[in-house]
Design a protein around this ligand. Structure first.
Ligand code: PEP
Ligand code: MN
Length: 337
C-alpha cells in the first residue's frame, strides 16, 4: 500500500506521517518525486492503515498496490528513476553505452578495448573478472587480478566500471572496484547474493535470468530494493527459447513492458541476446527504438582471439560504426547519445 502526500507537502508533515506509521509497527519506504512524496507502507492490517491515513490532512490518498513488486513498481514510484554515477545519469535523456570485453584477459587487452570504446563514445567499461562459464574447462576469469586491472584502467581512462559479482562473499571486494555491480543472468535468483546487494549503496545492474519471466525479474530487483539499495538498473539479455540459430532470443518487448510496470532504468545487451556479432548493430538500434536507456555491448580488440564470447564481440571499428548509427535512432525517440 502507498500513502500519497499532498503536492508540495513539507518535510515536517512527511516526518509526522512516517513517524506515525512506524509507531503503528509498519516499515516505510520514501519516494520523493519532483512535487510529490509517496510513502510505501510495508506490513499487514491494510484496512487499519488506510483508515488512519485517509483521515490525515497531509495525505492526499491511499492506494493499494496490486503488483507483487511493490518498490520496483510504477504504482509506488510513478516517475522514472534516474541513477547518478559520478557525472553520468542512467535513465535520463542521455543514453548510456557500456562496452568492453566479455572477460578481462590481461592488462593490454583491457586497456586497448577501453581506449577504443571510450573514443567511440562509451562512458562505462565492461569486463568480467569473475566469470560464470558454462564449462568448468573454459577460462574462468582473472578474479582479483582482473579487478586490479579494471581499477588501473579506470584511473587511466576515466571510464566507469561495470563488472560481475558471482556470490555474496565477494560483494565487498567487487564493490570496491566497480562503479556498477553486475548480477549475471545465472545469478538473477541467487537470493543470498541479492540480499547482500540490498545492503550496499552502489548501483546494481541486474540481468534477466535465462528463463525468467518479467515478474520474476522484477521480484529479483525487489530483493535489492527492499534491503534499502534503490539503485537497480535492469538489463534484458535474451531468454532461452526453442530457436537454435541465435544464442538467446532477445526479448525487446520486455523494454516497453518493463517501462510500463516499473520506474527502474532498463538497458539491453544484444551481444548475449543474439550471440552473433553481425546481429548486434541492428538489435542495438531496435533496442533504443523500443525505449531502452542504454546498451551493453561486448567489444574485443581482436574477437578471433577472445578467451570468451568472441563470436558475439565487435571489434573496435565495428563498435565505432555502430555508435555512429545510433545517433539518428536516439534523436527519433527524443534522446541523445
Ligand atoms: C556477461 O555479461 O559476460 C555475462 C556472463 O552475461 P549473462 O549473465 O547475461 O550471460
Ligand atoms: Mn560474455
Amino acid at each position: 500500500m502507498i500513502v500519497v502526500m499532498n503536492p508540495g507537502a513539507e518535510q515536517k508533515e512527511i516526518d509526522r506521517i512516517t513517524t506515525k506509521l512506524k509507531n503503528m509497527g509498519y516499515g516505510v519506504h520514501l519516494s520523493t518525486g519532483e512535487n510529490r512524496t509517496v510513502i510505501g507502507v510495508i506490513g499487514q492490517r491494510r484496512e487499519e492503515v488506510a483508515q488512519t491515513m485517509e483521515a490525515m490532512p497531509e495525505v492526499e490518498k491511499v492506494v493499494f498496490i496490486s503488483r507483487p513488486f511493490k518498490l520496483a513498481g510504477r504504482e509506488f514510484h510513478p516517475e522514472n528513476t534516474v541513477i547518478k554515477i559520478g557525472d553520468l545519469a542512467v535513465g535520463g535523456e542521455e543514453l548510456v553505452l557500456m562496452a568492453g570485453p566479455c572477460a578481462v584477459e590481461n592488462e593490454e587487452q583491457l586497456m586497448e578495448a577501453a581506449v577504443a570504446v571510450k573514443k567511440a563514445g562509451a562512458r562505462v567499461l565492461r569486463g568480467g573478472a569473475f566469470k560464470p562459464r558454462t564449462s568448468p574447462y573454459s577460462f574462468q576469469g582473472l578474479e582479483k587480478e582482473g579487478l586490479r586491472f579494471l581499477d588501473q584502467v579506470r584511473s587511466k581512462t576515466g571510464l566507469y566500471i561495470v563488472t560481475e559479482v558471482m556470490d555474496q562473499f565477494t560483494v565487498a571486494e567487487v564493490a570496491e572496484c566497480a562503479d556498477i555491480i553486475q548480477v549475471g543472468a545465472r545469478n538473477m535468483q541467487n537470493y543470498y547474493l541479492l540480499r547482500e546487494l540490498g545492503k550496499i549503496r552502489k548501483p546494481v545492474l541486474l540481468k534477466r535470468g535465462l528463463s525468467a519471466t518479467i515478474e520474476e525479474w522484477l521480484m529479483a530487483a525487489e530483493y535489492i530494493l527492499s534491503g534499502g539499495n534503490y539503485e537497480v538498473i535492469l538489463c534484458e539479455r535474451g531468454i532461452r527459447t526453442f530457436e537454435p540459430y541465435t544464442r538467446n532470443t532477445l526479448d525487446l518487448s520486455a523494454v516497453p513492458l518493463v517501462k510500463q510496470l516499473s520506474h527502474l532504468p532498463i538497458i539491453v545487451d544484444p551481444s548475449h541476446g543474439t550471440g552473433i556479432a553481425e546481429l548486434v548493430p541492428c538489435m542495438s538500434r531496435a533496442a533504443l527504438a523500443a525505449g531502452a536507456d542504454g546498451l551493453m555491448i561486448e567489444v574485443h580488440p581482436n574477437p578471433q582471439e577472445a578467451l570468451s564470447d568472441g563470436p558475439q564481440s565487435l571489434n573496435p571499428r565495428q563498435f565505432k560504426e555502430l555508435v555512429g548509427s545510433l545517433k539518428g535512432v536516439a534523436a527519433s525517440v527524443g534522446r541523445t547519445i
